[in-house]
Design a protein around this ligand. Structure first.
Ligand code: HEM
Length: 137
């Protein structure tokens, strides 16, 4: 969004801005998820874990990320408390699955035009969260 040079942000770099705002809001996360799923679709390890219809999952992931990074809480409105680790229990996630997932998300993030600092924030989060999702030896 264009900021007025005489507005409250004139002194510096929008201290109140959220990553959600900086990357461009909902369209950014929808696009990121599309990019990520393009890799999942052709991944022999991950594709079988996902349902035949990928669209509902795409939407859930996008809305979860929107909420997490400071956007509207549509995910919780529609899906309740995230409890992500619990939601992932039905899927056997070991180190290999975690690595494949993170690799694809990393490629997806890097292919977007988010600023360097925001890319770093996103990758750090996905790296840690993906490890947290491991639920099998
Ligand atoms: C940064 C780590 C991760 C995040 C933030 C994340 C986020 C999500 C979210 C928000 C959902 C939708 C939950 C719902 O039904 O509302 C989901 C579903 C799912 N996730 Fe993850 N996830 C992560 C890691 C992983 C990993 C490592 C795997 C497996 C390799 C995985 C596999 C799945 C599968 C198979 C689904 C079901 C998709 C569907 O029903 O269409 N996730 N994930």
């Amino acid at each position: 969004m264009q900021q007025s040079p005489t507005g409250p942000e004139a002194q510096g770099t929008e201290p109140q801005s959220t990553l959600y705002q900086r990357v461009g809001g909902i369209p950014y996360f929808k696009d990121l998820v599309e990019r990520f799923y393009r890799f999942v679709e052709v991944d022999a390890t991950l594709r079988p874990m996902y349902p035949e219809d990928l669209d509902p999952g795409k939407d859930n992931l996008a809305m979860f990320l929107v909420q997490l990074w400071g956007g509207p809480p549509y995910y919780s409105r529609d899906r309740g408390h995230p409890r992500l680790r619990m939601r992932h229990m039905p899927f056997a996630i070991g180190q290999a699955e975690r690595d494949a997932w993170f690799q694809h998300m990393r490629e997806a993030v890097l292919s977007t035009d988010a600023a360097e600092d925001d890319v770093a924030l996103l990758l750090d989060y996905f790296d840690k969260a993906a490890t947290f999702m491991i639920n099998r030896e």
